[in-house]
Design a protein around this ligand. Structure first.
Ligand code: FAD
Length: 502
């Protein structure tokens, strides 16, 4: 069976869903192909016993409120996707172990944030505030560059966007040190490095600032009915606008015409053709599914040169008592074995514990609560000699280690209240998402490949005609908000190519 569409979107993760909904909304004949039987990729839910667990979302940034909507809110609004947003206005509690350890709860809002860090590290307020303030000039600079046709004027950049010029190519810590921020304050401010998977001596300052100020300003958002609610809302928009979705349909081949243009895919043995293909699938998995002679050498080199991002081990627990009865007081707790992000990264010394009931009380049956443990690691950390029959024991032992550690640290008893438990590892994410090494964050945004350099070279990124990439592996990097934003931006380019316009 041969079929022809305007657009085929491969993969119904966050980037793919927004792109598909946007194309359908603009009247394009769009087919969405997803290998699983439900949409969402990472943004989903799963059920064990009487609990429906959130598998991935800790916090979503750049949402904003109905009164003051930020980018993600606006995208959902423009598409007509309705979400019951809930907010957590405290940023986090961070417990650092060791000699120079601390236990600090960081509040949201500019004043709350600066005051919390000042209380933990007297004398730091001015530098912390100066750090947050940088984002204003940087956002204005990015807006100017984006709107300007041709190269930005050097004099304008130097005179109007001095802070941007001073920071854009530097790491978070280089900028903080230049602002005179004390080490302890830097470590507390940099707690969120794990959300981007790159320690702050390596992470681009603009990237981190953008994320942190988003959370400080608007708090963290999450949907009332797990991230599955987001995916359901987007697929509804897609289908209501005439979009066609095929589940259980893995794309096994990307087709090219004689000129090298991608013009179709194969799914379930069917050849399906389109004027434009949007891939929510990481480039490595696209290139391995097409005629290798048609992959431009530079694109292949780029995919091979990029490092895969971080993965995770996660433990989902349903307890037979409430969070209050358990003694859980916070939505997000970061536990680190050392205050310094570089040490945390290199020793894999960071885990996070969330209790969704603190933000969405009805997210588990009355009289119960859920806990979500997340431990940062790479797919390559899994022992090479681990045998399939040893895997369960290995992952359960890890889960137990973190639960025990947290019980001791907080003086609470979790294990005798566990009613349901499920443990995921990079193997789970590799299998479910199909990503190499189980990366949940696409390619690592560090070294030569940070956010600013990707943005500056976006046209040279991946160049096969007819093929557009969206998702966490794309130019904006990982995370819910990035994958929604890039899905929207890149699908707008596809829409413009097909329909004309600006
Ligand atoms: C445990 C965990 C916790 C996280 N926490 C957060 C957080 O708190 N905040 C945050 O912002 N981000 C978080 N993330 C990251 C975030 O979820 C991802 O960056 C984002 O969802 C990636 O979206 P994506 O568009 O790349 O699609 P993905 O979620 O990667 O989905 C890709 C889709 O493509 C499908 N697919 C793959 N290959 C094929 C094929 N050949 N044919 C058809 N379909 C295919 C897959 O089945 C999947 O549905 C977390 C991720 C995980 C796993």
């Amino acid at each position: 069976m041969d079929r022809q569409y305007d657009v085929i979107v491969v993969g119904a993760g966050n980037g793919g869903l927004v792109a598909a909904a946007n194309c359908a909304k603009h009247g394009l004949k769009t087919l969405l192909l997803e290998k699983h039987n439900i949409p969402g990729g990472c943004a989903t839910s799963f059920v064990r016993g009487r609990f429906e667990f959130e598998p991935s979302l800790h916090e979503l940034c750049s949402v904003g409120t109905p009164e003051n909507p930020d980018t993600v809110y606006k995208i959902f609004d423009e598409l007509g996707a309705k979400i019951d947003w809930r907010y957590e206005n405290n940023m986090y509690r961070v417990i650092a172990k060791g000699e120079n350890g601390y236990d600090v709860t960081v509040k949201g809002g500019i004043d709350g944030y600066c005051d919390s860090i000042e209380a933990a590290c007297p004398g730091s307020r001015k530098s912390v505030k100066a750090f947050l303030d940088l984002v204003v000039n940087c956002k204005q600079a990015v807006e100017y560059i984006t709107k300007k046709k041709g190269n930005p004027n050097k004099l304008v950049m130097a005179l109007k966007y001095g802070n941007f010029m001073r920071c854009a190519s530097h790491s978070v810590e280089e900028v903080q040190i230049a602002l005179g921020m004390p080490e302890k304050a830097r470590n507390i401010v940099n707690t969120y490095w794990g959300y981007l998977g790159v320690p702050t001596d390596e992470l681009n300052c603009m990237h981190y600032l953008n994320m942190v100020t988003g959370y400080v300003k608007d708090g963290a958002a999450m949907p009332a009915k797990r991230s599955h609610e987001l995916s359901e809302a987007l697929i509804k928009v897609f289908q209501d606008n005439g979009g066609e979705v095929w589940y259980n349909s893995e794309v096994t081949e990307f087709l090219t015409d004689e000129s090298g243009r991608i013009n179709g895919v194969v799914a379930n043995g069917d050849k399906l053709f389109a004027k434009e293909i949007i891939s929510n699938v990481i480039p490595n998995n696209v290139y391995s599914r097409m005629d290798e002679k048609k992959v431009p050498e530079n694109d292949l080199k780029l995919a091979n040169a990029r490092e895969f991002g971080i993965s995770l081990e996660t433990v989902y627990i349903g307890c037979d008592c409430t969070a209050e009865e358990l003694g859980v007081k916070d939505y997000t707790v970061f536990v680190v074995n050392d205050p310094n992000p570089r040490v945390e990264h290199d020793t894999r010394g960071l885990y996070i514990v969330n209790s969704l009931n603190k933000v969405v009380p009805e997210s588990s049956p009355e009289g119960t609560c859920t806990l979500f443990f997340t431990y940062l690691c790479y797919g390559s950390d899994i022992p090479k000699d681990l045998k399939p029959e040893e895997y369960k024991k290995w992952k359960n032992a890890h889960a137990e280690k973190y639960i025990k550690d947290y019980e001791e640290l907080m003086g609470i008893d979790i294990r005798s209240h566990i009613e349901e438990i499920s443990v995921a590892t990079p193997v789970t994410f590799a299998r479910y998402l199909g990503t190499p090494d189980g990366t949940i964050y696409g390619y690592k945004l560090s070294g030569w490949d940070h956010l600013m350099s990707r943005t500056a070279h976006v046209k040279a990124d991946f160049t096969i005609p007819g093929l557009t990439f969206v998702g966490g592996h794309s130019s904006r990097g990982d995370g819910y908000s990035s994958s929604y934003i890039i899905g929207y931006q890149h699908s707008n380019q596809v829409i413009n190519r097909l329909k004309g316009g600006n």
